[in-house]
Structure formats: structure tokens, C-alpha cells
Design a protein around this ligand. Sequence first.
Ligand SMILES: CC(C)(COP(=O)(O)OP(=O)(O)OC[C@H]1O[C@@H](n2cnc3c(N)ncnc32)[C@H](O)[C@@H]1OP(=O)(O)O)[C@@H](O)C(=O)NCCC(=O)NCCS
Length: 218
Amino acid sequence: MEKLNIVIIGSGGHSKVVRDIISSKEDYCVKAVLDDKYDQLTSNGDIYTGPISSAQHIISLYEGIKFIIAIGNNEIRQSIVSKLGLSHESYISLVHETAVISPSAFVGSGTVIMANAVVQADAIIGRYTIINTSAIIEHDNCIGDYVHIAPRATLTGDVKVKHGCMIGAGATIIPGLSIGERSVIGAGSTVIHSIPSDCTAVGIPAKVINKNKRSMDS
Ligand SMILES: CC(C)(COP(=O)(O)OP(=O)(O)OC[C@H]1O[C@@H](n2cnc3c(N)ncnc32)[C@H](O)[C@@H]1OP(=O)(O)O)[C@@H](O)C(=O)NCCC(=O)NCCS
């Protein structure tokens, strides 16, 4: 069977989980892990490691190779996509075998859906987004690009999460609400009112503690 060759960008904790998903798929094969913590491109015979600037060289070695950016921080993911300048078709979307995705849901390229996540009917998930372990994305959700929905977050029906948001682990968002661009919802928070852009909101019920703050992942 001809395998689909893949480059993983990033080598931290999130990357380990992404690599496990790829390893579980018989028809996928990791050819390179690129991260700027590596000074130069080297190979152990099976896999190359090297700085992100080696991407074009790897592309020249493996025709049709695909990319996935395995970095949890939304802003860093976005800046790497922009620096690489590849087409959206150069990225794969990865779905763990235990995730449940409705046939009517849409998942954009470069997006990763982790173990036991559920994406229900007519949900739309943008590009380069992370739906982390056991997150629930209910029907008719619309999740933007470069979003991170952390483990066990629950987005009930008709929720909109705009570009660049971080929804913390175990947070809950009640139906029909909207989270504005780049906003951060604290771990364990319950959101009962829509949240504007560039805010951090925490607690039960979630209250805005910090306006005009950039999105972060920890
Ligand atoms: C919301 C969050 C980003 C805030 O981080 P921060 O900007 O560094 O804020 P601080 O830690 O300085 O906390 C500011 C205030 O908010 C409170 N707070 C922070 N996070 C909170 C949370 N999740 N729930 C309730 N209150 C919270 C703090 O107690 C503090 O209150 P105080 O001013 O009364 O002392 C962070 O706490 C968080 O929850 N991150 C999500 C992490 C996550 O789920 N990662 C998933 C990785 S896979």
C-alpha cells in the first residue's frame, strides 16, 4: 500500500499526541519532524528532524508530502502557516479513530480532532484548529480557524467560536452564544453570555477579567 507521507511541525507535548494519531493509521507515515529547536537537518534513516526552514527541502524529497502543525498555541500555529506559505491543500486534517464526527459536519484542512471528541450534525470546524481530547462540539456549532478547544470542553448547540480563540479545559458554553475573535475562556468556566473579541473570561458564570488581551494557551 502506498503511504501518505507527512511532516509534523512542532515537537512538544501536543506533537507527541498528534504523532500517536498518525502512527495508528496504517496508510500514513511520518517522514520529518521540524522544529526550530533543531539547528540543522539530520536523519536517523527513517525520519528527518530539523528547523522549520527545512520544509522546502523535505518537499523536494517527497512528492505530495502533507503537513500538520502540531503546536497548541494558536498564534504560533498561525504564524507558521503564514511563514510556510503553502496552499491549504498541503495540510491534512487528522481525526483520531475514537472521535465521532457527524457525516454532515465539516472539518477544515490542518485541523486535528483528538481521541473521544464528538462533533455533531452540521457543525463547521475551520482550518488549523484543535478539537482536543473528549471535547464536545454540539450540532450547528461554527468554530473558526486557529482555534483551540481544550480537553473536555463542552460547546452546546449553535455556539460560534471565532478565529483564534482558546476555550480552556472543561469549560462549558451554553446554547446560541458567540465567543469573539482571539478571546480566551478559562479552564472549568461556564459561559452564559456571549463574550466580545480579545477578552479573557473566567469563572461560573464566566466574567471578563481582561479586555484587549491576546489569545494564549496556558
Ligand atoms: C484563563 C487563563 C488563561 C488566565 O491566565 P492568566 O491571564 O495568566 O490569569 P491569572 O492566572 O493571572 O489569573 C487572573 C485571575 O483570574 C482567576 N482565574 C484564572 N483562571 C481561572 C479559571 N480557569 N477559573 C476561574 N478563575 C480563574 C485567577 O484566580 C485570578 O483571580 P484574582 O485576580 O482574583 O487573583 C488560565 O488561568 C486558564 O484557565 N487557562 C486555560 C488552560 C487550559 O485549559 N489549557 C489547555 C491546554 S491543552
